[in-house]
Ligand binder design. Structure first.
Ligand code: CP3
Length: 355
């Protein structure tokens, strides 16, 4: 058997039999871990950490040393692409990301050049190469990117946002400029993910954190279409590398997403995973979808929730357990251990009847 067949995570993505349900956690390397905070004490600037391959490798591996997770995700950020496009990304004391320059009109979009990903984002690929040397072969590394629409949102807003006024205004007043921006980002994201695969990523995930703010029609045109183009390009070159799409608040559009060519869809916690399975049928695997806030609760309550999600998914493979969004920085790491163990233990009896 090849090492790929030994990976629970890759088997579940291919809807092939597994001994138990694989699990990893969005933002599994992050501030809830004291060892991550210790690194951040030494490297105060978040992007410097991302741009130092040895240290990015170290923090990627931190959660795997503590918990029997079934996949690693490269430590980086979705905003590396706008950073490489010269927007001047910075993080100010826990206020989230900000850009020195934001995109306001067609002139700004015309002035943007697609980055030379191999060169400008070489630190990401260097970190990937270091990580895969350290990982056992049954633990695949996930590469990732933001979706074109989510990246455009940050670039037009100039950072995070609560009500998304600027991007929603831009969409209706400058649709051609948005379209061109998305085309440039689609090219950049495609090249970025191809290079991550070349460096050793064995699955890639596209984070569409803000597609869920759109109308159904705009979602199709401005978010799903660019993502589908990326999936098609990746599949042309790497038919066997699974692609996961995650639109936060995208539960209404799962059926359309399942036609994108992606292998799996990420789910936030708002949809019942059994209902999601009915909507997508056999087309894709599903990843998710526990409310991250459950991790504030007791061990018993966490186990109960894990059991409920496994029951809702039902028998058979095709489920990768995860949270519905990133883990909060103030979660006790012991509760993550309870979660990971519960997924492995409870799924052996619940999911695996078909083996
Ligand atoms: O999952 C992982 O362990 C891999 C690392 C990872 C990070 N960001 C590290 C990070 C991943 C996959 C991301 C993706 C990302 N970044 C997304 C998509 C996923 C999502 O959450 O919807 C988005 C929207 C971003 C943009 C971003 N980066 C924000 C909004 C923030 C601030 C968040 C906060 O909690 O302050 C970041 C910074 C960031 N990226 C941190 C980490 C661990 C926290 C920075 C720190 O260490 O101080």
């Amino acid at each position: 058997m090849s090492s790929i067949q030994h990976s629970r995570f890759l088997s579940a993505l291919a809807k092939q039999p597994v001994d138990c349900t694989p699990v990893w956690i969005m933002r599994q390397a992050g501030r809830y871990l004291p060892e991550y905070r210790a690194v951040r004490e030494q490297i105060k600037d978040f992007m410097t950490l991302c741009k130092t391959p040895e240290r990015a490798c170290e923090v990627t591996l931190q959660p795997l040393a503590r918990f029997p997770l079934d996949a690693a995700i490269i430590f980086s950020d979705i905003l590396t692409i706008p950073d490489a496009m010269g927007l001047g990304l910075y993080f100010e004391n826990n206020e989230g990301p900000k850009f020195k320059h934001r995109i306001q009109n067609m002139q700004d979009v015309n002035a943007l050049s697609v980055p030379n990903v191999e060169q400008d984002l070489d630190y990401v690929f260097a970190a990937i190469r270091l990580v895969i040397k350290e990982l056992p072969s049954h633990i695949p590394l996930i590469g990732f990117s933001g979706s074109p629409f989510t990246l455009a949102t940050y670039m037009v807003e100039g950072g995070g946002s609560k009500n998304f006024h600027r991007i929603r205004q831009f969409l209706y007043t400058e649709p051609e400029a948005l379209q061109l921006l998305l085309e440039k980002l689609t090219t950049a994201v495609t090249g970025y993910l191809l290079s991550q695969i070349a460096a050793g990523a064995r699955t890639v995930m596209i984070f569409d954190t803000w597609g869920g703010i759109l109308t159904t029609e705009s979602y199709q045109r401005f978010s799903l279409q660019p993502m589908s183009k990326i999936v098609a390009k990746l599949k042309q070159q790497h038919p066997n590398v699974p692609v996961i799409l995650f639109t936060k608040n995208g539960g209404l559009w799962l059926r359309e997403m399942s036609d994108s060519g992606a292998d799996a869809l990420g789910l936030d916690w708002t949809i019942n995973i059994g209902r999601a399975r009915q909507l997508v049928g056999d087309k894709v695997a599903l990843q998710g979808n526990m409310d991250p806030a459950i991790l504030y609760s007791t061990g018993d309550r966490i186990r109960q929730e894990v059991a409920a999600i496994l029951d809702n998914y039902g028998p058979g493979s095709g489920h990768i357990f995860n949270l519905g969004h990133g883990i909060h920085p103030d979660i006790p790491p012991d509760n993550v251990k309870i979660l990971v163990d519960a997924v492995h233990e409870l799924s052996r009896t619940k999911h695996m009847a078909t083996i």
